[in-house]
Design a protein around this ligand. Structure first.
Ligand code: A2P
Length: 264
């Protein structure tokens, strides 16, 4: 099969600046940021390649870099038979891909009513939007404490998040705030590690709160952002509702927000 190549002349073409393979199933990459492109931390855009007919084949990707950065980064799963990711995983520096400049999404600070502590609960590549949010100075203006909880199958899949937290704490702009306020809790479900179990189960059992030395969810003080597989999102939504939280949206802020981690 012959696929059309994205060239600098293709509509909405952006140049690839770096590619990093984390595991055989996960990779991240950055592209040049178009000068006019603005987004809110936590939003996603459509990006992709051309198909065999020369038509754009696009999927939703959360921006995984801070809004002040000159590069735009993304974190992706490699689906062996996925129409897009089976090819996107082969991109190289200086290649071009398509990126539509229309950011959208509900995983934004504007969709939450003010609170004291914010939980970011992710599975797998669902950590991508939080990679933008935890480097946003506004987050630390709005919340005293930020709990980043990431559940993956094994330790290798946690590497992106671990690196993110290291980079964030060393960052000249927000490092100081992150050191003071950002708490990172990685968990694994299929390999032994410091914390074993799904975030959802750890919340239900109360273990998560004792590990973090905090009291259980309170609608008065706590806010929750959820991003992962459909199953995790559904379970987390239920938990949030049980604690009396109301789902927020851009038009009507609430106690918690949810976004699907996209696979393509
Ligand atoms: P588990 O290994 O128990 O299925 P995946 O690689 O399938 O996308 O899953 C990523 C992580 O999300 C895994 O650790 C997986 O745990 C976890 N997970 C899957 N479903 C749920 C769920 N409903 N609630 C919480 N975590 C989940």
């Amino acid at each position: 099969m012959t696929f059309f190549e994205v060239t600098p002349e293709t509509d909405d073409a952006v140049k690839v600046l770096d590619v990093k393979h984390w595991t055989d199933k996960l990779f991240s990459f950055s592209v040049e940021r178009p000068t006019s492109f603005r987004f809110r931390s936590g939003e996603f855009i459509m990006l992709g390649l051309l198909d065999t007919l020369g038509k754009p084949l696009l999927r939703a990707y959360s921006v995984a870099s801070p809004s002040w950065d000159e590069r735009l980064s993304f974190y992706s799963i490699k689906v062996p038979d996925g129409p897009l990711t089976s090819r996107l995983q082969n991109i190289q520096v200086n290649d071009y891909i398509i990126m539509r400049k229309k950011p959208v999404g509900t995983l934004v600070l504007d969709a939450l009513i003010p609170g004291k502590r914010i939980y970011m609960i992710a599975t797998g590549t669902g950590i991508a939007p939080f990679a933008s949010l935890v480097r946003d100075p506004e987050l630390y203006d709005k919340y005293k404490q930020v709990m980043l909880i990431h559940t993956c199958r094994d330790k290798a899949e946690l590497a992106f998040g671990k690196d993110l937290v290291d980079i964030t704490k060393k960052d000249p702009l927000i490092g100081e705030f992150a050191i003071e306020s950002l708490v990172y809790l990685p968990t694994t479900t299929r390999e032994s590690s410091d914390v074993i179990g799904r975030a959802t189960d750890l919340i239900r059992s109360g273990k998560l709160f004792s590990l973090l030395s905090v009291s259980p969810f309170s609608a008065e003080k706590d806010r929750v952002m959820i991003c992962g597989s459909l199953a995790m999102n559904t379970d987390m939504k239920k938990i949030c509702e049980e604690f009396g939280f109301v789902e927020g949206a851009n038009s009507q802020p609430g106690h918690y927000v949810v976004e699907k981690a996209f696979v393509g």
